[in-house]
Design a protein around this ligand. Structure first.
Ligand code: SF4
Length: 669
């Protein structure tokens, strides 16, 4: 008997129209857990580096987390993995909502799509019955509209629909997959779905998921719920609200956006507006949010209500999540009314709420600086807000300049030339980042930005406070109930950390301590991504209900795999290393591991080198960031070493250029 997981994947060959229910190996679950871990194992085995993102041989894997579908609060993530057209590396984007539990209840842990359909289709999974159905009538429809039409057509109001919009159909590199109140957005996974000619994957499941030791499991779940209640009533004092509470940053509840609007950059990640937030703005934005917000909503089995339904005047109601609330507003230097309106179009089109606004702001900046001209943008309105709507339409249709911008700022700048590369200044590994530009190097964030392979800083950070507390009394109070730390030494790091003087940034925490902290933070995110847990209840906020001490108990009682902290740490290290191995095999090296040049004004090259050297060593990677033979052996990944040897990867000292061809044919504008 398999517990927590079903033990079966759905394998769908779109080229042949073949559907198989395949039993999986329980040893893989022990070694790689589920979700991201086993997704990585499949990608390693079946997608060699020669496979292009837009190739029938690329896989698109919808993987549920190991504990999804069990009563664990907030455990609802689908991890979608493929090779990204934007980064040309492994993408593993997460979506919340309801899809993953529904797939488990239908009897599957993953849906693995391969090949390419000859025409647009959708996949209908109804427990045992699985069909590939024609989707010609859905061509060009919005992602939310598609979900509604399919539910009506199937007469299944409870079906969960993961769909792409026009952006995915047209293979826009930052196209998302939209679902419920959530989306999987980063890395252009929606473009790969469009390339496979799959408009939607629809699921209805009515079966049970078994847990190994139900009474023990329910006790653990209740403890988490009690802690959530207590934490909500007692936010962590002394830290910014976004980290003091649980859930994904409460964006749809809060009206006070002082912190975001004054610390993040506006426009093409250029302009900081330090005194932006005043009483008048606060009143206006509060009125906007109150007038458009219909109700607060949650993902499956979660009390946090961090999303909301939004009804902009004259537009259909849609579901807004997290920080997309502000990304369009800030990129266009506009107001909340504009942001909530254009986000409705963007959700229907299905684009990443971080990348899309930055791509449009980049185009406007190029125009203002004479690099793009009226000849490149014929018919572009003169009104600022109208320009953003106009650009979004061109991008998702790949019309005119939109065809170039649809590849994201990195590839678009290369195609445009004429100095445009200097304006694509906010990328890491070819993908747009949060619009942040700061003063002095933060060594912890340096490491996360440089080495993260999720390539999304909010999905790497958490656990350790972002800044020191001023007084020792405050620090002592903070560490007192900090039981989530894997080891007490982290408490000492924090106690000794001063805002100024010898024990302050950038030289304290020391290099070794920074490596330790980043390793802990990353480990927690990777555990979440294998178990299917929302980062908002685990790896992102400070002092969360899920942590390294109770996770092994959840896995033991839930999945029936006897787990302790050491074994869990080792399993996480194993699939984290496998993610790196996939990317190393695709050409990623040390030279790719750097934050945007202008992320901090004050840089410390020697310290940065030492940080990277030490972190690589801690991780068991050589000075090119390649996992060593010893570390691979220790993790039982000898097969990776053999492959590296065969491909002569260890003899590459970083001078081989990264894959520099976009998957679209490069052309002059
Ligand atoms: S914390 Fe928020 S984002 Fe996370 S599962 Fe709950 S409602 Fe969804």
């Amino acid at each position: 008997m398999r517990y927590a997981e079903t033990g079966f994947n759905l394998e769908i060959d779109l080229s042949r129209g073949n559907i198989e229910r395949v039993e999986t190996d329980p040893r893989d679950t022990e070694l790689y857990l589920g979700g991201l871990g086993t997704n990585a194992k499949i990608l390693w085995e079946r997608v060699p580096p020669e496979v292009e993102p837009f190739s029938p041989d690329n896989l698109l894997i919808f993987g549920t987390g190991l504990l999804c579908g069990t009563p664990a609060t907030g455990c609802n993530r689908t991890i979608v993995s493929t090779i990204s057209p934007q980064t040309r590396l492994m993408a593993f984007s997460m979506m919340g909502g309801f899809w993953a539990p529904e797939l488990k209840y239908a009897g599957y842990d993953k849906v693995v799509l391969r090949g390419q359909s000859p025409h647009l289709v959708y996949i209908w999974i109804n427990n045992d019955k699985v069909e590939i159905r024609d989707a010609a009538h859905l061509q060009g429809k919005g992602a939310v509209e598609t979900a509604e039409l399919i539910r009506e057509e199937l007469k299944e109001p409870k079906a969960q629909v993961a769909a792409i919009g026009l952006a995915g159909e047209n293979r826009v590199y930052f196209a998302s997959i939209e679902q419920g109140r959530s989306s999987a957005s980063r890395g252009g996974i929606g473009a790969v779905m469009g390339d496979k000619r799959v408009k939607a994957v629809v699921v209805r499941g009515t079966r049970d998921v078994n847990v190994a030791r139900p009474a023990e499991y329910m006790q653990l779940c209740n403890e988490v719920l009690q802690y959530i209640k207590w934490r909500n009533e007692n936010p962590v004092p002394g830290v910014m609200p976004i980290l003091a509470g649980l859930g994904s940053p409460q964006e749809m509840k809060v009206h006070d956006e002082k912190w975001h609007t004054e610390n993040f950059m506006w426009g093409n990640s250029r302009t900081r507006r330090k005194d932006f937030w005043n009483e008048e703005v606060a009143r206006e934005w509060m009125e906007t949010l109150d007038s458009m917000r219909r109700r607060l909503i949650s993902c499956f089995n979660c009390p946090m209500t961090c999303g909301a339904t939004i009804a902009p005047p004259g537009r259909p109601t849609y579901m807004m999540k997290c920080f997309s609330k502000l990304t369009y507003t800030m990129a266009a230097m506009s107001d909340l009314e504009f942001g909530l309106g254009i986000a409705q179009s963007a959700t229907e089109y299905g684009v990443d709420g971080f990348s899309a606004p930055q791509v449009m702001a980049f185009a406007v900046e190029l125009y203002e600086n004479g690099i793009l001209t009226d000849a490149d943008l014929p018919g572009m309105p003169s009104d600022n807000e109208e320009r953003f709507y106009w650009l979004l339409d061109r991008i998702v249709r790949r019309e005119g300049i939109g065809d170039v911008l649809a590849n994201g700022t990195y590839w678009a700048a290369k195609q445009i030339g004429k100095g445009a590369e200097a304006y694509a200044h906010n990328n890491i590994k070819k993908i747009e980042q949060l619009p942040l530009k700061l003063s002095m190097l933060n060594p912890i964030y340096f490491l996360m930005y440089a080495t993260g392979e999720k390539i999304n800083i909010t999905q790497i950070e958490g656990q350790f406070p972002q800044a020191p507390f001023v007084t020792m009394e405050e620090r002592e109070a903070f560490v007192q109930d900090w039981f989530q730390v894997p080891d007490d030494r982290f408490k000492q790091y924090f106690l000794d950390w001063e805002p100024r003087g010898e024990k302050s940034m950038p030289f304290y925490p020391t290099v070794q301590m920074c490596c330790d902290i980043v390793d802990w933070q990353e480990r927690m995110h990777y555990i979440d991504d294998a178990l299917g847990m929302c980062a908002g209840l685990s790896s992102f906020p400070l002092k969360p209900p899920y942590h390294i001490h109770n996770y092994p108990k959840f896995i033991s009682a839930g999945a029936g795999i006897e787990m302790d902290e050491e074994k869990l740490t080792q399993a996480t290290k194993r699939y984290r290393t496998l993610v790196r191995a996939i990317n190393i095999r695709r050409g990623m090296r040390r030279k790719d591991e750097k934050p945007p040049e202008d992320h901090w004004k004050k840089r410390f090259p020697d310290l940065e080198k030492e940080l990277l050297d030490t972190y690589y060593q801690l991780k068991g990677w050589n000075n090119q960031g390649i996992p060593t033979q010893e570390s691979l052996h220790e993790l039982g990944l000898d097969y990776v070493f053999e492959d590296f040897e065969k491909r002569e990867i260890y003899s590459d000292m970083g001078d081989t250029p990264s894959q520099e061809n976009s998957t679209e044919k490069e052309k002059e504008v």
